[in-house]
Design a protein around this ligand. Structure first.
Ligand code: F6P
Length: 548
């Protein structure tokens, strides 16, 4: 039997504080601290964060900042920005921030300055996007491109898809964007059904160019085009690749001239800033894509230079640690009150859970505490009518990040008032709750005849004291969206450093991939049936029987 590791140093001090502070009651904190909102809020790079509705006081924060300092977070931040190989299990630097650097100062990876390489790829992307938008790039029968299909999965899909959706009001009118990720043929067939092959461009987006789903979809898309048009020379007009694997791109049959490169120091889930953003640029134009990078860079500069006490990503990360490791939250919800951000939670799921879903520390030993929580969410107000019941009255503590965009750009300004009012109301309700006495008083005022008002009052009681952060953004501009994404990237990085894990590898997804390859070989009859467990054997028998 293994015994639970005992927390040390600051972790232990926080544990003691947690016991002393007990369940800090936010209602009392707000009553006793009239300036709580101004003391527990901070603003940077176009994002305002109110973190006053958390079960924290000044002492909690002080201990959390001390934890960040003793973990030498500042040193780790510099290591990342300066290109040290902090992804040690893959021996790679972590330099997605270099993609959005605005200065031309050299940045060396293995002795080579990567800044000119980045600029060269962006310039090629810009020329290509311009050629597509101006119609000077034409399909094999001379038609201009009207539809762009991004074929990719994970980081080669979720980021571009989320940004294209969020910025769709900025999209150029002549281009329609599509995304195909799932290996389920339905995803591809439904997309192809609405396309004219003569005016469709496929962007095959894959860092490795070996991902089973992406390569299968890419081969089927190529086959579709060949069946319609019949010549492999036509492929060059309709297929481009975004990858770090030149050899595999060539083997697929895509002209290296039609390949946009990125590098092993860009992690898949951090890659939307690289050439993986090509489908973003094709949708909204290269200038708008650059604005996205500028916004992210503003957050990078803030993260790198602001003191921890004013540092948005650091504060969000520390509060997340407090909720996870001391208040015992197993999950947390990200609830954007803006339809344009409805894909943001799914994007964040990969960013957070693939980064911090780890239990082995940098030293190869089990980590002493719980690491990345389950992240989930949905756009408000839709979620209010689905799962909020559990957040308000369920038995689990679910901390929430609310995100509200203040200015209306939909043309229905009245809707935004209702939207934002609902967002603030949810945060207030979670914090305040409602006592049984309050519920009873309300029942007595509003319900004419009820047999047992005390029982009903108990059902209408809200415990309250549920933590939430509120992020406010004036407009969902490309710049502000860039800053918002970078905020979460750095939050997740900070938590990884404090937990002592490598946030940049993802070995946990490999085993399933290997087993799937073996099972596929068995299904196709190329491999002898293996002796699996009885469940897998039984499931395989049923599937094979269905194949006839
Ligand atoms: O399987 C997980 C993963 O490796 C992600 O980390 C990555 O974003 C995704 O697959 C897609 O990888 P690629 O861009 O190499 O196709």
């Amino acid at each position: 039997m293994t015994s639970e590791p005992v927390p040390q140093g600051c972790w232990r001090a926080l544990q003691e504080h947690c016991h002393q502070a007990g369940l800090l009651d936010m209602r009392l904190l707000f009553r006793d601290e009239p300036d709580r909102f101004s003391r527990f809020s901070v603003e940077a790079a176009g994002i305002f964060l109110d973190f006053s509705k958390n079960r924290i006081n000044q002492e909690t924060l002080g201990l959390l900042f001390e934890l960040a300092r003793t973990t030498q977070l500042d040193v780790w931040i510099e290591r990342m920005f300066e290109g040290e190989k902090i992804n040690h299990t893959e021996d790679r630097a972590v330099l997605h921030t270099a993609l959005r650097r605005r200065s031309a100062a050299p940045l060396l990876v293995d002795g080579t300055d990567i800044i000119p390489q980045i600029r060269a790829v962006f310039e090629r992307m810009g020329r290509f996007v311009q050629a597509i938008h101006s119609g000077s790039w034409r399909g094999c029968t001379g038609k201009p491109i009207t539809d762009v299909v991004n074929i990719g999965i994970g980081g080669s899909d979720l980021g571009p898809r989320m940004v294209v959706e969020a910025l769709s009001e900025h999209a150029v009118a002549s281009i329609k964007s599509h995304f195909v990720a799932n290996i389920d043929g339905t995803d591809l067939s439904r997309t192809l059904k609405v396309l004219d092959h003569e005016s469709t461009l496929f962007v095959i987006a894959s860092k490795t160019f070996t991902t089973q789903e992406t390569m299968t979809n890419a081969h089927s898309a190529r086959q579709w085009l060949l069946e319609k048009q019949g010549s492999s020379a036509d492929i060059a007009k309709h297929f481009v690749a975004v990858s770090s694997n030149r050899t595999e791109v060539g083997a697929f049959g895509i002209d290296p001239l039609n390949m946009f490169e990125f590098w092993d120091w860009v992690g898949g889930r951090y890659s939307l800033w690289s050439a993986i953003g090509l489908s973003i640029a094709l949708s909204v134009g290269m200038d708008t894509f650059e604005c996205l990078l500028t916004g992210a860079n503003a957050m990078d500069e803030h993260f790198r230079h602001a003191p921890f006490e004013k540092n948005l990503p650091v504060i969000l990360a520390l509060i997340g640690i407090w909720n996870r490791n001391y208040l015992g939250a197993e999950t947390y919800a990200v609830l954007p009150y803006d339809q344009r951000l409805h894909r943001f939670p799914s994007y964040l799921q990969q960013l957070d859970m693939e980064s911090n879903g780890k239990t082995v520390g940098l030293d190869g030993l089990p980590v002493a505490m719980k690491t990345g929580p389950v992240l989930w969410g949905e756009a408000g107000t839709n979620g209010q009518h689905a799962f909020y019941q559990l957040i308000h009255q369920g038995s689990d503590l679910v901390p929430v990040d609310f995100i509200a965009i203040l200015e209306d750009e939909s043309g229905f300004a009245e809707h935004r008032k209702i939207l934002v009012a609902n967002c603030f109301a949810q945060a207030e309700a979670l914090m305040k709750g409602q006592t049984t006495e309050q519920a009873l008083a309300e029942i007595q005022q509003t319900v004419a005849r009820i047999r047992d008002p005390e029982v009903l009052a108990r059902h209408k009681t809200f415990a309250g004291n549920k933590p939430s952060n509120m992020l406010l953004i004036d407009q969902l501009s490309p710049r502000n969206l860039g800053a918002l994404i970078a905020l979460y990237e750095h939050k997740i990085f900070t938590q990884g450093i404090l937990w002592g894990i490598n946030s940049f590898d993802q070995w946990g997804v490999e085993l399933g991939k290997q087993l799937a390859t073996g099972l596929l070989g068995e299904i196709d009859g190329q491999l002898r049936p293996e002796r699996h467990d009885s469940s897998t054997n039984g499931l395989m028998r049923r599937f094979k029987a269905s194949l006839g």
